[in-house]
Design a protein around this ligand. Structure first.
Ligand SMILES: [Mg+2]
Length: 249
């Protein structure tokens, strides 16, 4: 497809790639060459995982009559990630009668039901998509829980692909995870794009290694001094989406 000039210039200093805006893509199809790509982290970027986890484990503690100390220990154990093996261990530690599979299934259902993506962010994803962006998720986590959260929050209907470390076999910041996420969107990191996330190493360092522009969800004063700064900062996912929208027409 021949390249043509961008109809309206990007705001100065944003570092948006100069490439033509494409028409609205069909879901799952191959992206037109030069199409814009935005990959988003999921947990604590588009979805408040900490809040969902706290609410889920409050239910878990009530359901299984855990003491406050046991509740705190489970919260700490699952703070970063959870797998069915954690529930096998928790079941043994606290003498729970339910099989680990049942505990895991209930955990997945509660995490999905209690995960929320703000309506304004969902609207912003719709707007990006209508402007020709390919939208994907680049996430460390097993496919089952990440997909359950994507569907329950409405994010899943608004994106073109998902790269989850479980099925992909690589974890952020490994560039192969980002490359897989881009391919799942019908795009390629070689054509550039953006990585948006809250983790300086996994999302921003990894995104840069992949050749993507980087947008950190955080305050500049909290950026780790030993790491190369992101291309852009915004304090919330909504402001990050608006930045991408401001750079395209
Ligand atoms: Mg995150």
């Amino acid at each position: 497809m021949p390249r043509r000039p961008v109809a309206e210039p990007s705001p100065p200093g944003l570092g948006f790639p100069s490439r033509p805006a494409a028409g609205r893509p069909g879901r799952g199809g191959r992206a037109a060459r030069g199409q814009r790509l935005a990959l988003f982290d999921l947990d604590d970027t588009l979805v408040d995982r900490r809040a969902a986890l706290a609410a889920t484990l409050m239910r878990f503690a009530d359901r299984h009559h855990l003491t406050a100390e046991q509740h705190g220990a489970v919260l700490a154990r699952l703070g970063e990630r959870a797998a069915i093996s954690d529930f096998q261990a928790i079941r043994t530690l606290y003498g729970l009668a339910a099989p680990a599979e049942e505990l895991w299934t209930a955990y997945l259902a509660d995490m999905a039901a209690l995960s929320v993506c703000p309506a304004e962010v969902l609207d912003g994803l719709d707007e990006l998509s209508s402007r020709g962006w390919r939208l994907g998720i680049a996430t460390n986590g097993p496919a089952d829980i990440q997909h359950a959260k994507l569907e329950a929050t409405g994010i899943g209907r608004r994106i073109h692909g998902v790269g989850a470390s479980g099925p992909v076999g690589f974890r952020k910041p490994d560039p192969r995870l980002f490359a897989a996420a881009a391919v799942s969107c019908g795009a390629t990191v070689e054509d550039g794009g953006w990585m948006v996330g809250n983790d300086p190493v996994k999302d921003i360092h990894g995104g840069r290694l992949s050749g993507l522009h980087t947008l950190w969800i955080g305050a500049p004063s909290r950026w780790p001094a030993h790491l190369q700064a992101p291309d852009q900062y915004r304090s919330t996912a909504l402001l990050a989406v608006r930045l991408l929208l401001d750079g395209t027409s």
